[in-house]
Ligand binder design. Sequence first.
Ligand SMILES: *[C@@H]1O[C@H](CO)[C@@H](O)[C@H](O)[C@H]1NC(C)=O
Ligand SMILES: *[C@@H]1O[C@H](CO)[C@@H](O)[C@H](O)[C@H]1NC(C)=O
Ligand SMILES: *[C@@H]1O[C@H](CO)[C@@H](O)[C@H](O)[C@H]1NC(C)=O
Ligand SMILES: *[C@@H]1O[C@H](CO)[C@@H](O)[C@H](O)[C@H]1NC(C)=O
Ligand SMILES: *[C@@H]1O[C@H](CO)[C@@H](O)[C@H](O)[C@H]1NC(C)=O
Ligand SMILES: *[C@@H]1O[C@H](CO)[C@@H](O)[C@H](O)[C@H]1NC(C)=O
Ligand SMILES: *[C@@H]1O[C@H](CO)[C@@H](O)[C@H](O)[C@H]1NC(C)=O
Ligand SMILES: *[C@@H]1O[C@H](CO)[C@@H](O)[C@H](O)[C@H]1NC(C)=O
Ligand SMILES: *[C@@H]1O[C@H](CO)[C@@H](O)[C@H](O)[C@H]1NC(C)=O
Ligand SMILES: *[C@@H]1O[C@H](CO)[C@@H](O)[C@H](O)[C@H]1NC(C)=O
Length: 364
Amino acid sequence: MVWRLQSDRNQLQILLLRLLCLLPTGLHVRSVDLNRSTDNITVRQGDTAVLRCNIEDRSSKVAWLNRSGIIFAGQDKWSLDPRVELDKRSVLEYSLRIQKVDVFDEGLYTCTVQTQHHTKTTQVYLIVQVPPKISNISADITVNEGSNVTLVCIANGRPDPIITWRHLNPTAREFEGEEEYLDIQGITREQSGKYECKAANEVASADVKQVRVTVNYPPIITESKSIEAFAGKQAYLRCEASAEPKPDFEWYKDDTRIFRLSSAQGLEIKNMGNRSTLMVANVTEEHYGNYTCVAANKLGVTNTSLYLYKRVIPTKPIPAKERGSNAHFKQKGPGTAIVDNGSSNLAASLWLMVTALVCLICKC
Ligand SMILES: *[C@@H]1O[C@H](CO)[C@@H](O)[C@H](O)[C@H]1NC(C)=O
Ligand SMILES: *[C@@H]1O[C@H](CO)[C@@H](O)[C@H](O)[C@H]1NC(C)=O
Ligand SMILES: *[C@@H]1O[C@H](CO)[C@@H](O)[C@H](O)[C@H]1NC(C)=O
Ligand SMILES: *[C@@H]1O[C@H](CO)[C@@H](O)[C@H](O)[C@H]1NC(C)=O
Ligand SMILES: *[C@@H]1O[C@H](CO)[C@@H](O)[C@H](O)[C@H]1NC(C)=O
Ligand SMILES: *[C@@H]1O[C@H](CO)[C@@H](O)[C@H](O)[C@H]1NC(C)=O
Ligand SMILES: *[C@@H]1O[C@H](CO)[C@@H](O)[C@H](O)[C@H]1NC(C)=O
Ligand SMILES: *[C@@H]1O[C@H](CO)[C@@H](O)[C@H](O)[C@H]1NC(C)=O
Ligand SMILES: *[C@@H]1O[C@H](CO)[C@@H](O)[C@H](O)[C@H]1NC(C)=O
Ligand SMILES: *[C@@H]1O[C@H](CO)[C@@H](O)[C@H](O)[C@H]1NC(C)=O
């Protein structure tokens, strides 16, 4: 018995009550007291709801109705739903118990109690809550820098969950607004990384899911240094590039490509992710000179020049221009080749000793 006349609930219920003979047909009823305050009861999906109703005396005629039909008339169950039963812990109780409550159970329930000349109704509005659950989130994506990206996160729950987006690393930025869609216009390399979608309502702890956004960009060389090396020793020329996807490296000596294993030239290239090393196993005169490191990926190519300088054993720790200055003297770092003629060596050493001595005497 399903009534579709929800437009006028009052009329429907009066009709139902008449059907149940709870209202004498002869009695002209303008209205049943259906406007009394409605209690809300809130139940989580899957839990059991107990809708309370009390009878004043045993001779009352009683019924439970929902928006579309009669559930119980007296002790007779009209509903076919096995989850529904009466909860009678005392003779004067006429409560309704609904097990494994689901969202379609939400709505108004009416308990009518008719005594001699008086009909009382108790209305309960059943609210069904559902914990937040993310049902769909964008798959991990790879885009080129400058693209417009839209991430989507769809969540269910009752009440409707509030959806927030967060860029986890490296910025840990929180996005304002409660949005299923996160639009990133002209995405930059700094905006790559993990994004977290969080769906929250007051029912249960938030549901959280992540999506990884990879932003491709052309290489830029971040580290490359000219070095000095002794003849007869090993030397390493290093080149590091930032790029997505990871760059491929090439090395050139002047304009000649060096191949990965140029053992004939005593050279070896080692690539590790974003870094490439050119090893010179045993530096000889022809190794000194101008090298070029080229870093490339599908989005671009860039290069830088590095120099392998000849390193000379410094013959003398004190550079000429510091001579004659007083007690403060600095030693140039290693690797600074000092071109000087030997003749002044002795004088310099003497000068150093004298200065040191004077200093010592002064301190005493
Ligand atoms: C019920 O409330 C509606 C609007 O709130 C009102 O128009 C109607 O007269 C009320 N009925 C009774 C029986 O109080
Ligand atoms: C029941 O809930 C509705 C909204 O969900 C609210 O407007 C109303 O005041 C509540 N009634 C009671 C008695 O709490
Ligand atoms: C009302 O109760 C009838 C009978 O128990 C049931 O079939 C129907 O699904 C219920 N409707 C709502 C909105 O709870
Ligand atoms: C998730 O959303 C995407 C894009 O909106 C859609 O193509 C896909 O079919 C959805 N998947 C599911 C399981 O709903
Ligand atoms: C990104 O969106 C902006 C604004 O809607 C538009 O002007 C631009 O052409 C879009 N860029 C791409 C690559 O689609
Ligand atoms: C480096 O080369 C020189 C000359 O070719 C040779 O004398 C020397 O033994 C080599 N050193 C090493 C470590 O191989
Ligand atoms: C190179 O890769 C390492 C390890 O993956 C990373 O720590 C470093 O930041 C990267 N350098 C650049 C310039 O991308
Ligand atoms: C090294 O070679 C590059 C490219 O061939 C050139 O641009 C640069 O000027 C050279 N550097 C020196 C110091 O010769
Ligand atoms: C290095 O880049 C310059 C311009 O940026 C280019 O002219 C040159 O040919 C490149 N060198 C190599 C070895 O790719
Ligand atoms: C180095 O030697 C040259 C000639 O051999 C001389 O002219 C010059 O003055 C010397 N320089 C110093 C710093 O002694």
